[in-house]
Design a protein around this ligand. Structure first.
Ligand code: SF4
Ligand code: SF4
Length: 262
């Protein structure tokens, strides 16, 4: 089984680190002998945008997508829950989205699938220091794409796979998971972990939380932003990350109405 590490220590132990301008060989196309080999029995961590884009692509609510297509591994090592794509039940555990011609959700494929064979991990938070991502190269034996002639650098590969736009939208998410609040092993209580999960991954439930509760009576949200939150999933997701900084860490990212009236 292939596994894509999620922490720097795992990545550094198992894979070859890639410097910014270090070239690597890779090409993936239907002509490679291993075509689709990597789309089965694999651990794929889903980011908030992955869940959102795949849900919309499949015509599901985020809650339906999470129920049908994901699993949340229980692990004491992580301070926040992670969401993984659930592989199929058929022999070989194929990804539910792989077809004879390749990925059937290609335009909405997860970040980890875009990046492969490059991986990225964030080091643990350190006070006063922005975590610098570490890139590495997966060297799975089954992947023949690394024998192809085409040369890449990390920057060229990221550009080709158009990951910057997604990462810009998820900057607030990375700020939360690598927040200095967690330094020293501090843990959120279960209620806050639930808030994190809802706001980051179950955006349709978060939307109801904002619009079908007293939320907008309690918080002074800019009126033009309220309109955009109704219309745009991306705006709502950015807002979810902003709200989490208040609700998880007590940062003044939103004003309570009473406070605003003073
Ligand atoms: S989402 Fe697409 S690219 Fe990713 S494992 Fe499934 S079929 Fe392969
Ligand atoms: S194993 Fe490598 S070359 Fe083969 S289909 Fe997957 S990514 Fe492409």
């Amino acid at each position: 089984m292939s596994s894509r590490p999620s922490t720097v220590s795992e990545a550094v132990q198992q894979q070859k680190q890639l410097a910014a301008h270090e070239p690597f060989r890779f090409a993936c196309h239907p002509g490679v002998a291993c075509f689709n080999r990597c789309c089965a029995d694999v651990n794929i961590l889903l980011t908030p945008v992955d869940v959102l884009r795949l849900s919309r692509r499949l015509g599901l609510t985020t809650g339906e997508f999470l129920d049908r297509h994901t699993q949340i591994p229980i692990t004491k090592e992580l301070h926040l829950p992670v969401v993984m794509l659930r592989m199929g039940e058929a022999p070989g555990k194929p990804c539910p989205f792989v077809g004879a011609e390749g990925c059937t959700v290609y335009d909405s494929r997860p970040w980890a699938c875009r990046m492969y064979p490059v991986g990225m991990a964030l080091p643990p938070a350190r006070a006063g220091r922005e975590p610098e991502p570490v890139h590495f190269l997966f060297e799975d034996d089954f992947c023949r794409g690394r024998e192809e002639a085409k040369l890449w650098t990390v920057a060229a590969w990221r550009d080709d796979q158009r990951v910057d736009e997604q990462e810009e939208l998820e900057a607030g998410f990375r700020d939360i998971v690598s927040h200095p609040w967690f330094i020293g092993g501090r843990q959120l209580d279960p209620k806050r972990v639930e808030m994190f999960f809802m706001a980051c991954y179950d955006l349709d439930t978060f939307r109801r939380f904002v619009f079908d509760s007293t939320f907008l009576d309690r918080f002074d949200v800019e009126p033009d932003l309220v309109g955009r939150l109704r219309e745009s999933d991306d705006e709502l997701l950015r807002f979810a990350f902003r709200w989490l900084r208040l609700s998880l860490f007590g940062e003044p990212t939103l004003r309570a109405r009473k406070e605003a009236a003073r």
